[in-house]
Design a binder for this molecule. Sequence first.
Ligand SMILES: [Zn+2]
Length: 312
Amino acid sequence: MNRHISFGLLMLVAGVSLATSAAAQTAPPADPIVKENATIKVAAHTYVIPDGNVGLVPNVGIIVGSRATLVIDPGLGKRNGEAVLREVAKVSKNTELYVASTHYHAEHTTGIAAFPTAKYVNATVQDDEQVKSGAALIKTFSGRSAVTADLLKDATVRKAEISFDRSYTLDLGGVRVRFLVVGPTHTGGDTGFFVEEDGVLFSGDVVMNNSFLAATAVTSMRAWLAAFDAFAALKPKTIVPAHGAVGDGSLIGVNRTVMEEVQELARDLKSQGRSADDTAKAVQAALVAKHPQWPRANGLAAAARAAYLEAP
Ligand SMILES: [Zn+2]
C-alpha cells in the first residue's frame, strides 16, 4: 500500500509525463485485479474485459447467447471471478453459465471458484495438466505477493463438468462457439475458441499481438505451426489473445513469420553442428534485434530448442 501512496505523490510532484517514465523503472507491478466497468463489445454476441496490460490478468471473454452465456478465462482467484460475474450481469440475463479456459495456468482458471453452478467445459489434456501441476502452480503464484496470496487463499483445482478430447461445439442459442485444442504450444492443452457467428477467435497464448510467443519446455514447433494453420482456416475477423491488445486476423501471419524464422535459424545452426544452448542464444538475439520492443523474448530460446529437437 505504501508504495502506491508514494507513487501517487510522485505523480503530483513531478507531473504526469515525468512520472510515467520514472514509474516504468521504479513502480512495482500492478496488482492482478480484473478491471470493472471496462467491458467492451467486440461483436454482436462477444464481449471482452481487457487485461489493461496487467500481469496475471487475462483478457476475459464473455459470449452471450439467447439460452446461455460462456465465460473464457475467469481471472486469478475467487475475488477476480466475482468481478467477472458482475461484468457478466451487465451484458447478460442468462442464468445458465459455462466457463472455459485457454490453458491451465492459474490466472486463466482459478476465478472459477466464483462460478459454483456454472458448467466448466474443458479439454481432457488441460484437466490432466491441472491435476498434475495445478496445485503447485497455485502455490507458486501465491508466493508472488501478499495480494496474490490473498486472491488464491482458497483456490483449488476444479475438474470439468463437460470434457472433450480435441474439439467441441457449444451452442449458446443463436451463437455457437467452437473449442479447438492446438497444443502442445505454450502448454499441452492450449485451446482456442471461435465464435462462429461473430468471427471472433480467442487465441490464448498461441497467437499474440506485438509480442513474442511464450514457448516452454513442452512446446512442439510443429504443433505451433499447425495451430496457425488451424486458426487461419477459421478466417477470424477479430483475434483476442489471452493477454495484450485485441487485433485482427493478420496477427496469425505476423506470429507465423517469427516462428518460421525461429525454426529456419534453429535448423541452420543445428546443421552447422552448433549445440542446442548456442542455438537458443543465437536465435533469441537475432529475433530480439528485429523486434526490440516486444515482450516475452525468453520464449524465443524455448522455441528455438523445440525447433532444434524436431529438426531432421
Ligand atoms: Zn500462461
